[in-house]
Design a protein around this ligand. Structure first.
Ligand code: NAP
Length: 253
């Protein structure tokens, strides 16, 4: 079976490609770096020829409100059109837990637009919504930084190791289309500011951390419900502190 991973060079995509290659499938890592561009359409029809499954784990190069909406709308429309032409049987995509609860965030509005296009396409689909990846800590801290201060919300969230997201995603890719949205989350619910405190301490970052209930998370003010999963998520097992220590050990070996 041929599986095309759009964004196959990214954090999730490269890990997913390696995992799927362990099964007896033809797996194509497609991205601009390999000559496949969902915005311009370059290489898309050729990559999708005879593909049974397409996984979209691409991401926008810019998180600016208009740019990110343009990216997810155009790339998803181009991709779904090419999939219909190629006769693809299952479209799998990643989205974000709680996206519909934070319409003030341009990024999350763009993810909702992507989800809607997928649901309306008529192509059998599965959407996996994840909470924030552990690997995303630096970007969250950066987004909350003004000068030497990092303003982060104390709202609860439930981050996860991207490797555990990929496990869930691989199971979905290798199963029948769900025609539904499912969630995956980390094992521990914690205030976002405490997660960032651990990250700043562990990376010996001297910026001053401020717990700020009005701090914006990519444009949106959070509450304790905004980013946490609903009733029945698949849960990862790896805790952030253990993950961080393992990353350090790997880097030092
Ligand atoms: N970060 C989080 O905490 C989080 C949480 C929940 C869900 N998600 C979702 O997870 C997904 C994957 O995120 P990620 O962090 O793995 O992304 P990433 O590491 O930033 O990788 C992005 C990928 O998109 C590709 N790409 C960019 N422009 C493209 C285009 N025009 N055509 C085709 N491919 C293009 C890139 O290719 P090149 O390398 O060639 O540029 C790269 O392979 C995203 O949909 C994101 O919304 C993320």
């Amino acid at each position: 079976m041929k599986i095309v991973v759009i964004g196959g060079t990214g954090l999730i995509g490269s890990n997913l490609v390696n995992r799927l290659l362990r099964h007896d499938h033809t797996v194509i890592a497609a991205s601009p770096a390999s000559g496949v561009n969902t915005i311009t359409g370059e290489g898309l029809n050729e990559a999708l020829k005879n593909a049974a499954i397409v996984v979209d784990v691409s991401n926008s190069p810019s998180f600016e409100d208009k740019a990110v909406l343009d990216f997810f709308q155009r790339s998803t429309m181009n991709l779904l059109t090419a999939e219909a032409y190629a006769g693809v049987k299952h479209h799998v995509a990643m989205s974000v837990v709680g996206a519909e609860r934070l319409p003030e965030s341009g990024y999350l509005r763009a993810k909702i637009a992507q989800e809607e296009l997928i649901k309306e396409s008529g192509i059998p689909y599965s959407i996996l919504r994840s909470t924030q990846f552990f690997e995303f800590a630096g970007r969250i801290a950066q987004a909350g930084t003004t000068g030497e201060e990092v303003h982060i919300s104390p709202a609860e969230f439930q981050p996860i190791a991207s490797d555990e997201v990929v496990s869930a995603l691989a199971d979905i890719v290798l199963g029948a289309p769900l025609n539904a949205t499912v969630e995956v989350a980390g094992p521990v619910r914690m205030p976002m500011v405490e997660f960032i405190r651990y990250y700043l301490n562990a990376t010996e970052d001297s910026r001053r951390l401020i717990s700020d209930g009005h701090a914006l998370y990519f444009g949106a003010e959070l509450n304790d419900r905004s980013l946490v999963p609903g009733g029945n998520p698949r849960l990862g097992r790896i805790k952030y502190e253990d993950w961080f220590r393992a990353q350090l050990a790997t880097a030092q070996s």
